[in-house]
Design a protein around this ligand. Structure first.
Ligand code: HEM
Length: 438
């Protein structure tokens, strides 16, 4: 058993959080090179923290070592979310997951399909032909409407004023979440903590009130109805989980994936890849795996070590923090040859059967509860785009990405969508597209 490479420094003065928040990819790459190890330690949020960027070690960690650590979000976010499964551990987490999983398994999700598709299609049908579109913003708006439709039963047409108000509250709540490290007198991800945090608290209270009202009024067998009868111990527990689901975190993550998909498949040079994805569902799935591998929406996940254990031959000390860094693990050359290249075909060749090395949705017993729902939305939206459009980006090259708080290009990329006719050819610009060809 070896000691971890790296320095944990002294409280506060030795903290590396600012460097991590500024550029987490560089933070990881530099240390991996310096220590010749994809696992190392550094002081982060003023705690000695183990950073794990090896695909093999992350897989082991999430699947086989969970009894040795707790989730690491409670101190940061509980004030803005209340109690929910993400902050719970041990038997409590098992019990909450047992209530949530039946609400989001394949069968349950197929019951939400109509709502999801109706909301998506409204936005997708409104994409203007031949004009530059801010794709991240457009798809974030659509994903926000999906969240509001599913988790609050609000749809734009029916609740004209409530939708925009909830959307604004979600943003206000989000600003408190991304400035949370300032709570610990650390660098922020943007914004002024004092005002950002208290405004976020106000947004939380109002969102909880809206959730209460919506669930009280609801008479349908939708997510709200199912949450009510799922067996949660208290009404507050239901409201807190719905607050987590309607949080801006989820729409931003959706939009991050849609944006990366759109940018990667843009332009005439990708026309044959788009055509193949349209005809071959497995190939589309491989594209989506490759998108989440290279551009996972969240940089990683945080844990607190409860009991010393060994990982990849290193001693992981009790009370250390722990970060599994998804971006780094997904680009580990030990598992993914040519790790920085977008190669969907790897999933049927050198990386066939290696889906278990991906952790964009976490893994093991704490894997994301919403993955089936995410798959439904991703498939519907990407198929719609492939079926109905060719598209290209307005810039010569895709701008570099920022990775926090959610991955996306540093400059808002504009995409021009051109309708396809039913033969797959581009429709001449300015010609109205018949409904039947969409
Ligand atoms: C693109 C969208 C999404 C992404 C990228 C995503 C990603 C993740 C990740 C990485 C985790 C694990 C965090 C960790 O290991 O520390 C997680 C957990 C979770 N996700 Fe998602 N998620 C998405 C959408 C959703 C949706 C739509 C729901 C709602 C049903 C959801 C519900 C949850 C819950 C409840 C957990 C906590 C599980 C637990 O603590 O045991 N997620 N998600």
């Amino acid at each position: 058993m070896s000691e971890l490479p790296g320095y944990v420094g002294y409280p506060w003065v030795g903290d590396n959080s600012l460097e991590f928040y500024r550029d987490p990819v560089h933070f990881m790459e530099k240390r991996i090179q310096d220590y010749s190890s994809r696992i190392f330690q550094a002081r982060f949020i003023n705690r000695p923290t183990v950073f794990v960027g090896s695909a093999e070690a992350v897989k082991k960690l999430l699947n086989e070592k969970t009894q040795h650590f707790d989730m690491g979000y409670k101190a940061l976010w509980q004030g803005l979310y209340g109690e929910n499964v993400l902050f719970s551990d041990g038997t409590e987490a098992i019990a909450l997951r047992a209530l949530l999983i039946p609400l989001f398994n394949r069968e349950a999700v197929s019951g939400y399909q109509n709502t999801v598709e109706r909301i998506c299609d409204r936005t997708l049908q409104s994409i203007p032909a031949g004009k530059p579109v801010k794709v991240y913003e457009l798809l974030k708006q659509m994903s926000t409407e999906i969240s509001m439709g599913l988790f609050l039963d609000i749809e734009r047409e029916a609740d004209n004023s409530l939708g925009p108000h909830v959307s604004q509250l979600m943003t206000q709540h989000w600003h408190g979440i991304i400035s949370m490290p300032a709570n610990l007198k650390l660098p922020t991800w943007g914004g002024n903590w004092e005002s950002g945090y208290s405004k976020a608290q106000e947004a939380k209270d109002e969102l909880l009130q809206i959730i209460r009202d919506r669930i009280g009024k609801n008479k349908h067998n939708n997510v709200l109805g199912l949450m009510k009868t799922a067996g949660f111990r208290s009404e507050d527990e239901i409201y807190w989980h719905l607050l987590l689901f309607v949080s801006a975190l989820v729409p931003k993550a959706f939009s991050s994936l849609f944006t990366s998909f759109t940018l990667q498949l843009a332009g005439p040079s990708k026309a044959s890849m788009r055509q193949k994805a349209l005809e071959d569902e497995t190939f589309l799935e491989h594209i989506l795996l490759e998108v989440q591998r290279l551009w996972p929406p969240f940089i990683g996940g945080r844990r607190l070590v409860r009991q010393e254990f060994t990982l990849a031959g290193y001693r992981i000390p009790k009370e250390h923090g722990l970060m599994y860094v998804t971006h780094t693990a997904h680009r580990d050359p030990q598992i993914f040859p040519e790790p920085h290249s977008f190669k969907p075909e790897r999933w049927s060749t050198c990386n066939a059967g290696h889906e278990g090395y991906l952790c964009a949705f976490g893994g093991g017993p704490r894997r994301c509860v919403g993955t089936q729902l995410v798959q439904l939305v991703l498939k519907h939206v990407t198929k719609y785009l492939l079926r109905n459009f060719h598209w290209e980006v307005t810039q010569a090259e895709i701008p570099p990405y920022k990775w926090l708080p959610v991955s996306r290009p540093t400059v808002e990329d504009q995409v021009i969508f051109t309708p396809r006719d039913s033969s797959g050819e581009e429709v001449e610009m300015g010609v109205e597209v018949a409904e039947t060809s969409l």
